[in-house]
Design a protein around this ligand. Structure first.
Ligand SMILES: C[S@@+](CC[C@H](N)C(=O)[O-])C[C@H]1O[C@@H](n2cnc3c(N)ncnc32)[C@H](O)[C@@H]1O
Length: 647
């Protein structure tokens, strides 16, 4: 291999072998390989179809707080700020010209010349895997993320940045086997020299010398001016007006379909991305109860809600496994509120199911509590050291973001059954759909099972809290069928009064187009800005091209879709938020794009043979607590067939 070839980005995702075998069984070899590849991209998981079309111009999605601003105003401000900060798209990528179908079909990542010369390798920095994953999403490199650096590096130099990904250890586990502060020679004797081939994520400018990187405890070590994914950083931009959010999260709030004046429960709410999306959809009218187990994370929700100016959100510290208030019958006899819930409990055959499940849930809670306390005991020594470090830092830096707010997270004792119109259960999960991901070996089949068990117990609580006729949305950010399809199977088998409802809009395959069109149509049809926008980074240059933008902007002629070569161009206009008037574009556009790009859809790893969002790395299920079973028959059939594959 030519030594210069190692300086590129071409990672392979490693899994725990048993987990890999399980997923291969569930998805098939090829499909799982495509998913694995897609997971290493920085596109948000839901951009599966977009990926096929804009893969050269990786995507950042922003949700606009439409109660505070408009998407047009946000676009204008962002453009100005990013231009001022010197963010540029790469002209070498042909970004400034409208796409032809050939362009779209070509898969070219942003290639970087790291300045390798024979026998004179570039100066380098190795960063930790977690740091690299953040860089791929648009972050800079902070001091704690730096693991190794070349000798004689001073402030202001350009360095090649690679990532150290966990490698198989001799004990059967995984490890990163070198000491922080190692001096790199740019030679084969460097740590993980061969393993790091193809793991170069960009070029950075050093913000401090090599000595500083290992002496300081915080601060930016490298300004990442040239990343393999050419994304601008949105850090600290337009706080309160925008929220960086992946499309599936945006869609989850839409699928819940919250209405003004309703009472909604978000059971695992921190940091509040979906909570605030829900509140905005309700125009801040009604009641959104946002609960989370972690005190500090509840403060994060409060902070975000305050930043966004949302008043209808009430936060609680609450363990989702204890969300249903336990009713003491003897105390309850005279209490009207409790009496109400008791009469419901006694009313029909639901009583026995709920009671039985409730007991199981409590058992599970104890089990998990026990596990947690064992874990705490194990960590006792470690925790106290961490505490010492924390207080040293505090003395130096002040009280920190949350504490300086003087916030307090009120504890909740749980809620009475049937209290909510809608419940969102965005459950803690194995997160195997979060992107970009450079390593997936940590999860074992056992840990996946534990997640699933935990989620079922949470779902048991959600079922009791939603009123008859209400809606539960269950979502995860994992590709594990055990946490997705299997939960839906469990829900339908256990609670005969639940049925799957049509999810609108859907994500994935053609469904993503439906989602895009839904958002755009809502905007066009009502003239009101919907609270989510698909803003891609290509927006920034396309909008600058005033001629082109106005050329499309001014036309409300769908004839233009008749020309094959116009479709990618128009599609990009559509997803970048350029306003167009359509008569009935959705179906036609979707069909044509699907016809033209079926191969790319497959190649992107994002094409789903099932029309189920669940085969994609993000899943969002919509379960309607109705007493009928009219909905979702096809979905259930697919679920069953997938189940059989998995078992
Ligand atoms: C997937 S995240 C939620 C993300 C959030 N819905 C959003 O969109 O911003 C899962 C959350 O569940 C919380 N969590 C984990 N176990 C919990 C429990 N037993 N009860 C309540 N929250 C829990 C975690 O603290 C974490 O914040």
């Amino acid at each position: 291999m030519d030594p210069s070839e190692r300086y590129c980005y071409n990672p392979t995702l490693r899994w725990n072998p048993q987990v890999e075998e399980y997923f291969v069984k569930a998805y098939g070899v090829e499909h799982f390989a495509r998913i694995s590849k897609a997971l290493m991209s920085n596109l948000s998981a839901c951009n599966l179809v977009l990926y096929a079309f804009v893969r050269r111009h990786h995507v950042t999605l922003i949700r606009v707080n439409t109660l505070k601003s408009t998407s047009d105003a946000v676009i204008e401000k962002l453009l100005a700020i990013l231009q001022e900060r010197g963010w540029q798209n790469d002209p070498a990528e042909g970004a400034n010209v409208p796409y032809s179908s050939d362009d779209i079909a070509t898969d070219q990542d942003h290639t970087i010349d790291y300045g390798y010369k024979k026998d004179k390798p570039p100066k380098e920095v190795i960063v930790s895997r977690k740091c690299a994953e953040a860089v791929l999403r648009g972050a800079h490199v902070y001091v704690p993320g730096v693991l190794a650096c070349s000798a004689h590096v001073e402030k202001g130099e350009t360095v090649a940045v690679s990532v150290s990904v966990e490698q198989p250890g001799t004990d059967g586990g995984w490890g990163v086997g070198f000491t922080r502060g190692t001096v790199l020679q740019g030679s084969q004797t460097d740590p993980y020299h061969f393993e790091r081939s193809g793991l170069y994520i960009g070029q950075g400018t050093t913000m401090m010398s090599r000595a500083g990187m290992f002496r300081e405890t915080e601060g930016v070590a490298l300004d990442m001016h040239n990343r393999v994914f050419n994304l601008p950083s949105f850090r600290d931009l337009l706080e309160g007006d925008i929220f960086l959010q992946n499309l599936p999260s945006i869609i989850a709030a839409h699928a819940l379909d919250p209405q003004e004046g309703e009472k909604i429960l978000d059971m695992c709410a921190a940091p509040g991305g979906k909570t605030t999306a829900i509140a905005i959809l309700m125009k801040d009218k009604g009641e959104v109860i946002a609960a989370d187990r972690s005190h500090n994370k509840v403060l994060d929700i409060q902070k975000l809600a305050a930043e966004m100016g949302l008043k209808c959100i009430t936060t609680y510290k609450l363990d989702a496994l204890r969300s249903v208030q336990r009713i003491n019958k003897s105390v309850c006899q005279d209490a009207p509120m409790c009496g109400e819930s008791e009469s419901i409990q006694n009313s029909d055959s639901l009583t026995s199911i709920i009671q039985e499940i409730s007991d199981t849930a409590l058992d599970c809670t104890h089990e998990l509590d026990e596990a947690a306390s064992i874990e705490q005991l194990r960590n006792k020594v470690y925790t106290s050291k961490a505490e010492v470090r924390k207080s040293t830092r505090k003395m130096r830096n002040g009280p920190g973001r949350n504490n300086s707010l003087g916030g307090r997270a009120e504890r909740s004792k749980g809620f009475l059954p049937n209290s909510f119109d809608r419940v969102l259960l965005d459950a803690p999960c194995s997160a195997l759909g979060l992107r970009p991901r450079l390593f997936a070996g940590e999860d074992t089949v056992e840990s996946l099972r534990t997640h699933a068990k935990y989620q079922r117990r949470m779902f048991d609580q959600a079922v009791q809290l939603v009123r008859p006729g209400g809606v539960i949305v269950y979502s995860t950010c994992t590709i594990n069928p055990g946490e997705n399809e299997a939960l839906v199977r469990y829900a339908l088998d256990t609670y005969k009064f639940l049925s799957l409802a049509a999810q609108h809009p859907k994500v994935g395959d053609m469904a993503l187009l439906e989602a895009v069109n839904f958002l755009m149509d809502t905007r066009n049809a009502t003239g009101i800005e919907v609270n989510c926008e698909l803003k891609l980074n290509i927006l920034f240059f396309e909008l600058c091209e005033s001629n082109e933008a106005s050329c499309v902007d001014g036309q409300d002629d769908v004839q233009i879709f008749e020309h094959k070569s116009d479709i990618p161009f128009l599609y990009n206009k559509l997803i970048t938020g350029v306003k167009m008037a359509f008569s009935s574009p959705s179906l036609m556009l979707a069909t044509k794009i699907s016809d033209l790009y079926s191969e790319q859809l497959h190649a992107s790893g994002l094409y789903s043979p099932f029309f189920l969002p669940s085969v994609l790395p993000w899943s969002c299920y919509y379960v309607n607590r109705a007493w009928s079973t009219g909905y979702g028959v096809d979905d259930v059939v697919d679920l069953i067939s997938l189940q059989q594959n998995v078992s």
